[in-house]
Design a binder for this molecule. Structure first.
Ligand code: MSP
Length: 557
């Protein structure tokens, strides 16, 4: 993981066991989803992306702590509950369950689950607020002005359109006078600018860091952190004034540390419990809409204000949006894409593959069911599924499933008299090196996926070129046929490892059929990046029989 933490130990001087004990955990978080309506495909994308990155780190042998969850307080939730005629606590329970069900269905394997109504979270939020209040960083003030009910915020003249009116995006606007509590956000502006200037990869991709920096330049004023209970009571009570609840961001953002063992009574990281120190800082995966101001300004400043140093700031990985025909998904437009329906129709693996391969991390993409089917049929059913099927069939037909292994580059398979086609497998092996460092470590999952699929293309090409059924009939070609089968099976073994973060079930399926590490069947330790090295298959290994893994999706059109 790209992090700022310096190496804590000198590997040359420490015994191996101690190094192991001191190995830091890779901590990965996502935004927590509002429980005002059920999950859509945008929520699914973010959690699958985080799951893929978490699985990739496990594949490298690292300890991983992957935290995700739900944002259960606030006005939006209170309003949706009242529309549904339910008390908020009951309403939230139902929607929360839908998120949990979806993550199970999509094989999103988190290590802990954040629910902001839980007691352990409440204690940390209140502990932090009390500390900031005692230090004079929170004060009470009266505000009067135009208030947007929809966006739950006071408006200033900056929000007026050219006609002097507040646009429709603000919904109903009314005049309000209200006392609230404020956090002294503005005083940290210079610090934040300095921090962003001193760390090039604070925000990934870097165009988002520039966008954030510009926004920080324009930062004025402090942050309102409360709502009077008379107006909103579905929230965490302020520890120093029982007539108020905490307003959304102070509550929601704190989840990243409250569920990681943070102790609010300790104002330096050094005095935090070791469970927390071992994990922090996190890689935080969020959508572009919650970078400015929430994560990029409020969160970084909150952390700084409660004692986190610059080296202890999290890295923010900002992804784009899934749109539908170029437009934002929204309930009112009626273009919400339901991930449950897609997973039931095409399988979790198909949906995970589409979401990961068809979006460049950081950019927007357009969701299309036709495209999902197209990619599934081309890449999974025709290329990978077909390779697995024909390879295992041929291995049994020609060699009773037994693999003879070979060393080095299989030059004997170099297509002759064809300058255009150079050694595909050598090329793939170079790709293998790039999979981690150039792609997955940089969160470029769609590029990372191209590596195993180039093996698949190369292997399929070799079958078509050498036509094993022809070699089998030709005297003197026995070695070449054995070599070809070895190359195909070895490629499939490596492909399974490389796709395992993205499609864990399919990877298990391939391993099962290859009869590989069968004693670890179903266990994630079955996959290790170190095993994705050419030539690890033992001589005489016997592969299993083929079972269709990716049945073609038939469309009526
Ligand atoms: N509850 C806040 C986040 C608090 S984090 C401390 C919130 N919730 S949300 O449900 O509206 O969004 C949750 C995440 O889903 C955000 O990162 C958001 O960017 C992401 N997505 C919501 N719609 C999306 C798409 N259409 N496409 C991709 N991701 C999108 O904001």
């Amino acid at each position: 993981m790209i992090g700022l933490t310096p190496d804590v130990c000198d590997s040359e001087t420490l015994p191996l066991q101690m190094m192991h004990e001191m190995a830091k955990t890779s901590f990965i978080t996502t935004a927590i989803d509002y429980t005002n309506s059920p999950p859509h495909v945008g929520h699914a994308y973010e959690k699958v992306l985080a799951d893929v990155i978490a699985r990739y780190h496990r594949l490298k042998g690292e300890n991983v702590f992957f935290l995700t969850g739900v944002d259960q307080h606030g006005q939006k939730v209170q309003q949706s509950a009242s529309k549904a005629g339910l008390p908020p606590a009951e309403f939230v329970k139902g929607i929360t369950q839908k998120f949990i069900d979806l993550w199970k269905k999509l094989d999103v394997q988190y290590d802990d689950w954040a629910e902001t109504i839980s007691d352990r979270h409440k204690k940390v939020v209140q502990g932090i607020l009390q500390r900031l209040f005692d230090e004079g960083q929170i004060y009470k003030d009266k505000q009067a002005g135009h208030y947007s009910v929809r966006q739950e915020q006071f408006l200033t003249d900056k929000e007026r359109g050219p006609d002097g009116q507040f646009g429709p995006e603000w919904g109903q606007v009314e005049f309000r006078e209200e006392e609230n509590y404020y956090f002294k956000l503005g005083q940290y502006k210079e610090w934040l600018l300095h921090y962003l200037d001193s760390r090039g990869d604070a925000i990934v991709p870097d165009f988002r860091q520039k966008e954030l920096r510009n926004a920080v330049e324009r930062l004025t004023g402090d942050l309102c952190i409360s709502r009077p209970k008379s107006r909103l009571d579905w929230g965490i009570e302020l520890p120093f004034d029982k007539d108020f609840v905490t307003y959304v961001w102070f509550d929601a953002l704190t989840n990243y540390i409250s569920f990681a063992g943070y102790d609010p009574s300790q104002s330096t990281i050094n005095t935090q419990p070791s469970t927390f120190r071992d994990k922090w800082p996190a890689l935080q995966i969020i959508g572009k809409d919650v970078l400015v101001p929430a994560h990029g300004i409020y969160w970084l400043i909150m952390l700084h204000a409660i004692g986190f140093t610059d080296n202890e700031m999290p890295q923010l990985l900002v992804h784009g949006w899934w749109n539908v025909s170029g437009a934002k998904m929204s309930k009112s437009v009626g273009n919400i894409v339901d991930p449950f329906v897609l997973a039931d129709k095409y399988s979790a693996g198909a949906l995970r593959y589409y979401l990961m391969s068809d979006m460049t991390t950081g950019q927007d993409a357009d969701f299309s069911e036709e495209r999902l089917i197209e990619r599934y049929n081309a890449d999974l059913a025709n290329s990978l599924g077909n390779l697995l099927n024909r390879t295992l069939n041929m291995a049994h037909r020609y060699r009773d499933g037994r693999v003879k292994t070979f060393q080095g580059v299989p030059l004997e398979l170099r297509p002759e008299g064809n300058d255009e086609v150079f050694d595909l497998l050598t090329r793939c092996r170079i790709g293998l090196g790039r999979y981690g460092e150039d792609f997955m470590d940089m969160y470029s999952v769609s590029d990372g996926l191209k590596v195993p699929f180039s093996f698949v293309r190369g292997a399929n090409f070799l079958i078509d070129y050498w036509q094993p059924w022809r070699l089998a009939k030709k005297a003197g070609e026995e070695e070449r046929l054995s070599l070809l089968l070895f190359v195909l099976i070895e490629s499939l073994r490596i492909v399974a490892i490389l796709i395992s973060p993205i499609m864990p079930k399919a990877a298990h399926g391939i391993f099962d059929q290859l009869n590989w590490k069968i004693e670890l069947s179903g266990k994630e330790e079955r996959f290790s990046l170190a095993d994705a090295e050419w030539g690890r298959l033992p001589d005489g290994h016997v592969v299993g029989k083929p079972v269709p893994l990716f049945p073609r999706i038939e469309t009526s059109g």
